[in-house]
Design a protein. Structure first.
Length: 273
């Protein structure tokens, strides 16, 4: 019969070997994650595994996203300068109308002397006039002399959200799209690039952005992933506003046509004529 002290020693050795094996596995796993500081991070696979749901699917729960208001119609009110209309907000409005029952209205503030007829009718005609409580969302655009677009959702309690990109992010979130961290970051990056470099930047900055877009669109039909995102909406509108659409490189031209084949973009194209 084996000595109890020897059995205890063997048992202890097995436990030590087991822990060493677990430690080795952990180190092997960490070594695969380590990247050199200047290494390019290929996010293609991460984006492709993200779950994109087409914008044409059923509407998300607005009460869940915006808060329950016990029967009161939720109102989004946007102030914008007619000298530089926020085209991305008009595209998103059209997309929202495909998903929800929207009560749309356009008004002119006293700070503005005159507004072109096409901007006064930028939402078209309200096809069906129903009682206010039968709509899901109120969308009011006020042409006003403001330096940048401003939006309020809760008129009484909310400070205005400023900037076309920030308002576009809020409105696009109403589709209930869920992205992983990498995809969300890339979308935000393209939105900022479109606003601050493509729309407001120098000609040199615009050229650099167009080259980056052309490279990205050589790998995918859309700027991020395989479905239309906010990045496409804001970038397309920025190109229209800067007048660089006609001089864009081949992949960008092809992508622009894909956007314009969608009804919300084509309606804004009519507005620009």
């Amino acid at each position: 019969e084996a000595d109890p002290s020897l059995r205890a020693l063997e048992s202890r050795q097995e436990e030590i070997l087991k822990r060493l094996y677990e430690l080795k596995s952990a180190v092997d796993g960490l070594s695969k994650m380590i990247q050199t500081p200047d290494a390019d991070f290929d996010v293609t696979n991460i984006i492709q595994t993200d779950e994109f749901s087409p914008l044409s699917t059923n509407g998300a729960d607005l009460d869940l996203m915006l808060g329950k208001d016990y029967g009161a119609l939720k109102d989004v009110v946007i102030n914008a300068n007619p000298s530089l209309p926020p085209l991305s907000l008009l595209v998103i409005h059209s997309l929202l109308c495909e998903r929800y029952k929207i009560l749309s209205a356009v008004h002119t503030h006293s700070s503005v002397k005159s507004v072109p007829e096409n901007l006064l009718k930028c939402f078209g005609e309200q096809t069906k006039k129903q009682p206010r409580h039968e709509y899901q969302l109120g969308f009011t655009l006020i042409w006003k002399d403001v330096p940048k677009p401003q939006m309020k959702f809760s008129i009484q309690t909310m400070c205005p959200i400023e900037g076309e990109g920030n308002i576009a992010r809020f409105l696009f979130s109403l589709f209930g799209q869920k992205y992983n961290a990498v995809t969300s970051t890339l979308i935000d990056s393209w939105v900022d690039t479109a606003i601050f470099q493509l729309k407001e930047g120098s000609s040199k900055e615009r050229g650099a952005v167009l080259r980056s877009m052309n490279a990205a669109l050589g790998k995918s039909s859309w700027l991020v992933g395989n479905e239309l995102t906010l990045a496409d909406v804001v970038a397309w509108c920025a190109l229209q506003q800067t007048g660089t659409a006609n001089t864009a490189p081949a992949n960008v031209q092809k992508w622009m046509k894909s956007c314009e084949n969608l009804a919300p973009f084509s309606s804004v194209m009519k507005l620009l004529k």
